[in-house]
Ligand binder design. Sequence first.
Ligand code: 5GP
Ligand code: MN
Length: 333
Amino acid sequence: MPNQPEHTEEIQALRPEFLKEVRSAKRVVIGSHLNPDGDALGSSLACAMVLDQLGVKCEILCHHLPPTYLEFLPGMDRILQQPVHDDHDLALILDLESLDRLGTVRPWFEAAGRQIVIDHHVPHMEPGDLRIVDQAAPATAAILCDLFFGMEGVEITPEIADCLLVGILTDTGNFKFPNTTPHSLHLAGQLLESGANLPRISEEVYMSKAIAAVRLLGAAISSMETACNDRLAWSVLPYSLYEELGAKEEHTEGIVNELLSIETTDVAAIFRESKPGKFKISLRSRGDVDVAMAAREFGGGGHQKAAGLNVDGTQADVVGRVTGVLKRCLESS
Ligand code: 5GP
Ligand code: MN
């Protein structure tokens, strides 16, 4: 929700319970969602480093490998796709509203016995023995700042500050999206005071694009279609295009925002064909249009202004069905 104050005090009130859970754990498994972004990985790594300081053993699991633009994050080699141990007794689940978004690593999080969920999405299911969830927070990393700043036994090192700043920066679109609040900017300031290296982060995240990613963006823009007096804009990126350009899945990141940046656009959609006949759709909106509601019609979800879904079928069928729902949303808004 834009400009709704974050629940800093409620988060801080959960500190003793958080500490009690992690201190009594023998080994923690930390994880986040499929196709991890800056908030998912920044939050996971920051938590691992905080647990190190608290003397609690942990490992981080993720379904996918980290995208190249996040490989500079400190401790990235700790992100595993298979655990080394199988004796986890606490799961720390971050930036995730529904356990199926853990992907193939889900069984280790379920086997851990106890679960802590820290998140800022609209809850889909409500897993977790302890839930530190604030929908008004712009990023999971911002909730972690409220939790960790001033926590007994925890020092925000420059490495932890880098990870948390990447989470806030990427989830606010570099402080451009309406979820950018005074509090999130204040937290970013505190992270800089703790030694976060903003010029390095900006260079790595925003100024190191692969040429295939730029070619993919070009293809998306030149094949863009619109409807509803140009209020709806979408592009389809077929599987064959990725093969032709040598583009990777991660190169799709950010393209949907380019379509949303058009003067007339209220809803933007990118249809990425991840495997022949399998489409991952990213939705973005501005104004009152709720794209999470549209995504839920197809079993997806997310936030009011940023949501996603997966639909299988032929290109014409998938695009027709999804744009049909989006047109209806626009017509009723
Ligand atoms: P993106 O378009 O960046 O992949 O996803 C935007 C947001 O939509 C994510 O932060 C996440 O909340 C949500 N999202 C994306 N894909 C899915 C999905 O398949 N299922 C659900 N429930 N949410 C998704
Ligand atoms: Mn997030």
